[in-house]
Design a protein around this ligand. Structure first.
Ligand code: G6P
Length: 608
């Protein structure tokens, strides 16, 4: 979950590396460093904290001359976030420097072996073994040394390595961690993701697991793990630069919340043709769909909660049982999965380690996997049997917003598409549901505009140590995501409860002034949730209810209201989450939190 970048060309490398690292800072931001090669020497600069500190220390990179270099922004796994543990790590002879994203699982035994051979370690990281291995295997051939060193590594790694003897050469290696090469003219790049490359080139090579590449200013060569050349496949990056910038908003998160009507439309529009849902990338026959006896949805974090929210729509329309499983649990659960299971894998980044492992485990047991992913060419997108992309554009804020709503959009498309193929929807109902779906971008815009009082509500509620989010059915699923948003960015303890469960324990925690966010958008059972509101109010709770604008009954019960426009019940989560994202945002802003980069979190969790 760290970010790595590299550059070789005619320009000074350090300022470019710093720019690239800024784009990757969402991947980890506890320490950072760069290493640059010049005149047979590697110069290094490392700091604890943000890229801004590194930029200050190096005067925007100007203090480190040289046209070939590598950079790193860290999310600590092995060893505290300190200057010494920050990457790049340098070999004892000063000849090599390495940046690494991932985890070397056998580092302890390698460290022991290398220590016995006399190599001195200066950090507590797993990464440092790599650079000493390269030094140990170096006999004048840089590439050979990197290949031999990599063959000793177990775990996940995307590596960028420079050598003082070869000032215009970078070696990169990919194994179970994202790594993309940027193809320029007279200059070449590598990075953990395309956001760091788009300012310089739109031509990218997505390395596969087990591949190496050698970059010079004028060439890129790709090899397999035995050193045989592999043909290069250059893909076009379609994301534009503005999409990866704040565009006048104070935070990426606010920008991304506001982009949701557009992102949902972009996800849906290409798949609605002449009154039909067309899922070109899901080539599955009605006969094969009929064989499915269970759908398992797996993911982590918000993506998992998107699965929880969509389960109701899929079950209601398709009449196939849907099981939602946290990927970190599923991968070790000895799951009851076979060829009649359809696995749906949700991931914004397409690189979440637990989700990848859960997908592979289920595929091994015979399930076919449909991935719903935002990042083109990511590991999950490539490893799944089918992939439906969410066309949300780059999501930079660590806490996902448009990633979640676009995942829901694809899941709703899938639910209607499958139900129709299974013969569960007649022509009229199919057309009605498509009409409702098409209306979602407009309703999302209304949900964004409907609550100008949210900043004031945040002023009222921000000073609390805990909040409860309650709801039933789809409202409960939205409560899960609403509470996660609140805790991720505002650091307020927020817990979601199925409203009916309150009396089985949680109600003991309700006291005078305790905020309870009550979600009441599933009108078939709102009466029940209203009873729960009465129960918590009787014990002193301050209730902030979320309901349709014209719902007068709730208005008379709650202390404060958040409104959403009326929406088809099974699709309501996509609209209902919007004001809760904004509430979390404004509360976090009141509390002075670092909204785009919450403490201890990283966006792309590529380690277990
Ligand atoms: C991290 C992010 C979350 C995200 C989760 C899963 O925890 O902070 O926003 O929901 O990872 O990520 P994925 O990329 O697989 O959707």
């Amino acid at each position: 979950m760290c970010g790595i970048v590299g550059y070789t060309g005619a320009q000074q490398a350090s300022p470019l590396l710093l720019e690239g690292l800024k784009k990757l800072e969402y991947r980890g931001y506890d320490s950072a460093g760069i290493a640059v090669v010049k005149d047979g020497k590697i110069s290094l600069s490392k700091v604890t904290g943000r890229i801004a500190n590194l930029s200050e220390k190096t005067d925007g990179g100007r203090l480190l001359p040289g046209c070939t270099g590598i950079g790193h922004t860290r999310w600590a796994t092995h060893g505290a976030p300190t200057d010494t543990n920050a990457h790049p790590h340098v070999s004892n002879d000063g000849r090599f420097a390495v940046v690494h994203n991932g985890i070397i699982e056998n580092y302890l035994e390698l460290r022991e072996e290398l220590t016995e051979k006399g190599y001195r370690f200066s950090s507590e990281t797993d990464t440092e073994v790599i650079v000493h291995l390269v030094e140990m295997y170096y006999a004048g051939d840089f590439r050979q040394a990197v290949m031999k060193a990599s063959a000793r590594l177990e775990g996940s790694y995307a590596l960028g390595i420079v050598c003082a003897d070869e000032p215009d050469r970078i070696l990169v290696v990919r194994e179970a961690s994202p790594l993309i090469l940027g193809v320029g003219v007279g200059e070449n790049f590598f990075a953990s993701d395309v956001t760091a490359l788009v300012a310089y080139t739109r031509n990218a090579i997505y390395l596969e697991d087990g591949q190496f590449a050698e970059l010079t200013p004028h060439s890129i060569q790709v090899f397999d793990c035995t050193g045989n050349p592999v043909p290069k496949k250059i893909s076009r990056i379609t994301w534009d630069i503005q999409a990866a910038e704040k565009g006048g908003y104070e935070h990426f998160m606010l920008k991304e919340i506001m982009e949701q009507p557009r992102a949902v439309k972009a996800t849906m529009a290409p798949r609605l043709k002449d009154g039909e849902i067309v899922l070109d990338d899901l080539q599955i026959s009605a006969a094969d769909l009929k064989k499915i006896n269970k759908i398992v949805i797996t993911a982590c974090g918000s993506a998992y909660y998107a699965g929880c929210a969509a389960k109701y729509a899929i079950e209601k329309l398709c009449r196939i049982p849907v099981q939602t499983e946290l990927a970190s649990e599923l991968r070790y659960a000895d799951p009851l999965i076979d060829e009649r299971t359809l696995l749906i894998v949700l991931s914004q980044s397409g690189e979440t380690a637990d989700t990848i492992a859960a997908m592979r485990e289920c595929q091994r047991r015979g399930a076919r996997a449909l991935a719903i992913v935002n990042v083109v060419g990511s590991t999950i997108a490539k490893g799944a049997d089918w992939c439906l992309y969410t066309w949300a554009g780059p999501e930079i804020a660590v806490a996902t917003t448009k990633g979640y709503t676009t995942q829901l959009t694809v899941l709703f498309l899938f639910a209607i598409f499958t139900a129709r193929k299974l013969g569960n929807l007649d022509e009229t109902e199919y057309a009605r549901l498509l009409g409702e779906l098409k209306g979602l971008p407009k309703l999302l815009q209304q949900a964004l505009d409907m609550n100008p009082g949210l900043p004031n509500l945040a002023k009222k509620y921000h000073n609390n140590h805990s909040m409860f989010f309650i709801g039933r059915n789809t409202d409960y699923a939205v409560a899960l995501e609403g509470a996660l948003k609140m805790k991720e960015i505002s650091y307020i303890h927020a817990e979601s409860y199925a409203a009916g469960e309150l009396k089985h324990g949680t109600i003991a925690l309700i006291h005078e002034g305790q905020p309870v966010i009550a979600l009441c958008c599933n009108e078939a059972i709102t009466e029940k949730t209203m009873s729960n509101i009465v129960e918590v109010k009787a014990r002193g709770a301050e209730v902030l209810a979320v309901a349709f604008r014209d719902n007068q009954k709730i208005l008379s019960l709650a202390d404060d209201m958040i409104y959403i426009p009326r929406v088809e019940q099974i699709f309501s989560p996509v609209v209902e989450i919007v004001p809760l994202q904004l509430l979390a945002y404004y509360v976090a802003r009141e509390n002075g939190c670092d909204i785009d980069k919450p403490k201890n979190l990283a966006k792309s969790v590529t380690v277990e």
